[in-house]
Ligand binder design. Sequence first.
Ligand SMILES: Cc1ncc(COP(=O)(O)O)c(C=O)c1O
Length: 459
Amino acid sequence: MPTAETTLSTPLDIPWVRAQFPALAQTVNGHPAAFLDGPGGTQVPQRVIDAISGYLRRNNANTGGAYATSRDTDAMLAEARAAMADFLNCGADEIVFGPNMTTLTYAMSRSFGREIGGRDLGPGDEILVTRLDHDANVSPWLALEEKGVTIRWAEIHEENCTLDLADLASKINDRTKLVAVGYASNAVGTINPVKAIIRLAHAAGALAYIDAVHYGPHGLIDVAALDCDFLVCSTYKFFGPHMGVLFGKREHLQRLRPYKVRPLTDAIPNRWEWGTLNHECIAGITACVDYIADLGRGAYDRNGLASLDGQPRRLSPHGPSTLGPDTPGPSTRRAAIVAGFEAIHRYEHALMDRLIAGLAKIPAIKIYGITDPARFEERCPTLALRVINQTADQTPLALAAKLGEQGFFTWDGNYYALNLTERLDVEKSGGFLRIGLVHYNTVEEVDRLLAALRDIAGR
Ligand SMILES: Cc1ncc(COP(=O)(O)O)c(C=O)c1O
C-alpha cells in the first residue's frame, strides 16, 4: 500500500529524514507528537547530538592553548566557520558566532551607531525598519533613537501581509544609513524581495541588514548573490544547536569598531566574538550543515534532482544513508546544500499547498498572509490563522492548548512580530495560532491537524 508520502512527489526520503530526528518519535497522551513549532525552533538530527556530546566528552577546552584538546577546539571552530561559509556562500572570516541573532544584532547596532563614515550616527541620519519584522530586527535599531537617529517604518499590505514596496522605496533617501529587513516573516510566512530591497538601499548609499532567521530552514541563502552587507540567522531554526550566526562583509567587519576587551585580537571575525563561545554547540553546527548537504546528496538520487549541476548521477533507491565517499554526487558541500534546499522547497510546498487547501474548506478559519496559490513562491510554509468571531475557547491560546493535548505542537501570540499583530489589530485578542511546517513534517500530520482544527473551530 502506498504511504502518505508517496502521494506527494518528493525528492526527499521522508522515512530516512524522520529516522534522523530522535525527538520525532515522542507521543503525547497516546498521540504521536507532531512538531509544527519549527518557527520557534526545530528538532535536531542524531548527528548534531553526537557532535555536541562528542565535543564535551573528548575536546572540551578553551581556545589558543598549546595542548591537544585546545588545538582540537581551534580546529573544530575553523570547521564550523567553513561549514557556515558554505551554508551562506561567503568567506569563513566573514562568519561571526554569537549566542543568538538578537544578541548579535544588538552588538552590531551599538557599534553601528558608534561610528560610520568617520562620525557617530546622529540627528539627520535615518534607519528604515518594517512592520513585518520580528522585533529583534527592530528594537536594536530603535535603540539608536537615543542618539537622535530617525527610524522610519515600511508599511505592509494588510490584505496579504506583504511589504508595501512603493512605501518602502519612498522612505529610502540620502539620509538613510541602514535598511533592516527580514528575509521571511516568522509570523505569516511572507518571503520579502530582499535582493531588490538591498539594491534600493545601496542605490541610496545605505547598508542592508537582513534577518534570515525564519528563512533559514526553508530556502537557500546566498549572501554573495544578494550582495547584502549583513545577514543574521540562528542555527536552532535549521536543525542545529541554539546559536546565532552573523555574516558581515569583510570590509564592514574590519571598519566598524566593536566594543571589546583589550586583549582580544583585532582580526576578523574574532574581534566580534566576545568571551568564550559555546564550543559544544558550535561543534553541532558543522553536523547540522552536513545534514542539509546529505539531504541534497540523497536527493540527487531521487526523482527530479538527478542533474542539478549538469552532471549525470548514479541513482540509488535508499537516500543519503547509502552514500559512501566514492558515491557520485554534488562536487562540493555548497552544491549539496543547494540541492538540499531545492528538495526541501519542493516537499515543503507540496505540504503547504495541502494544508492551505484544507484550511480554505473550514469557513470558520481565516488565514493571515498570502493565500493566492499564484503567489505561493512568495511565502514559506508558516501559517498564521484565527477563528473568525472567536469565542473564549477559540482564542489562539485556547486552540494551541487543545491541539497540544492531542500532540500538535503549535504556537500562539505574536512570536515577537509585535508590530504586525498591532498593525492587524489582533494583539489584544491573542495574536494568531501559528502552524509551522518543515521538511520532517508529513502529509499524515497535516491531515490529522486539519481534522482536529475542523473539530475545534467548527466546520
Ligand atoms: C524572524 C526572526 N528573527 C529573529 C529572531 C530572534 O532570533 P534569536 O532567538 O536567535 O535571537 C527570531 C526568533 O524567533 C525570528 O523568528
